[in-house]
Design a protein around this ligand. Structure first.
Ligand SMILES: Cc1ncc(C[n+]2csc(CCOP(=O)(O)OP(=O)(O)O)c2C)c(N)n1
Ligand code: SF4
Ligand SMILES: [Mg+2]
Length: 247
């Protein structure tokens, strides 16, 4: 079988992510979706100040870098200024669900016509693996060395569940834990981009993704941890799939 690298991937780029990181798989899915929809020339990524930002080396798309936590709201502004661009906000769970949660909610309420592609690795990856709102109970992180204590630190935050009653175009959660899940996640990203092209409104696709470095696991064990810990809390699938309000 011929192995075709999508046009959006810069083959000359040096990989910046750690071995076994999920970020690289996810940006490849973005490039495949853009290729399939014929929109490579219209793609515009809005990156956070976090590990996902290394996508600016791997993807050959125009990029805007937002302040940490302001990725989704910045993408909404970019889309309003450049309606012909196909705009993806590309934050992590820390950005979108902690410091940036109010802008995530308000962009959803306004049904902004963008894709928020949230990479949920359940830690603040770039800053050394601190506990994030999505760290599972008992997860050991650099700021919860005895494990996340729900009584002390609160419950993990399932934002996809919390947004389910919102009048948005699309809400889904995928995973890169196995080849089958990678394929499903790719379909979700492609569907969300098609909805943006059709002017349907706010789409949020969260992807459960490994951070072997900060999880202190090998790449293979990290995939096991997604199945064993993350997927037990965060249901996979499509939860909202409609046209949203008229734009
Ligand atoms: C306003 C602001 N606050 C905090 C930081 C420090 N900071 C950079 S990345 C990050 C967390 C990143 O975690 P996440 O958004 O989950 O992305 P990941 O690196 O895990 O992919 C933090 C706290 C910053 N750069 N700017
Ligand atoms: S620290 Fe984690 S999220 Fe960041 S590049 Fe390494 S494995 Fe990926
Ligand atoms: Mg993270």
């Amino acid at each position: 079988m011929e192995f075709i690298v999508p046009k959006g991937i810069n083959r000359e780029a040096e990989n910046k992510w750690c071995p076994g990181c999920g970020h690289g798989i996810i940006v490849r899915l973005v490039a495949e979706a853009a290729r399939d929809l014929g929109i490579d020339d219209r793609m515009l990524m809005v990156e956070d100040v976090a590990c996902g930002a290394f996508a600016k080396f791997t993807l050959q798309y125009n990029t805007v870098c937002s302040a940490h936590g302001r990725t989704i709201i910045t993408a909404a502004g970019v889309k309003r200024a450049r309606p012909d661009a196909v705009v993806i906000a590309h934050p992590g769970d820390g950005s979108a669900y902690s410091i940036g949660i109010e802008s995530t909610i308000h962009c959803a309420l306004r049904n902004e016509n963008i894709l928020a592609l949230v990479v949920n690795n359940s830690v603040f990856g770039m800053t050394g693996g601190q506990m994030s709102p999505t760290s599972p109970p008992n997860m050991r992180t650099s700021s919860s060395i005895y494990g996340r204590d729900v009584k002390k630190n609160g419950s993990p935050f399932d934002v996809v569940k919390a947004l389910r009653e919102f009048d948005v175009a699309y809400l889904a959660r995928g995973s890169v834990e196995s080849p089958a899940q990678v394929v499903k996640t790719g379909r979700m990203i492609k569907k969300a981009l098609q909805k943006q092209l059709d002017g349907e409104g706010f789409c949020l696709v969260e992807v459960l993704s490994p951070c072997p470095t900060n999880w202190n696991r090998s790449p293979v064990d990290a995939l096991g941890y997604i199945k064993e810990a993350q997927e037990g809390i965060y249901a996979l699938g499509e939860f909202v799939d409609n046209g949203g309000r008229e734009q």
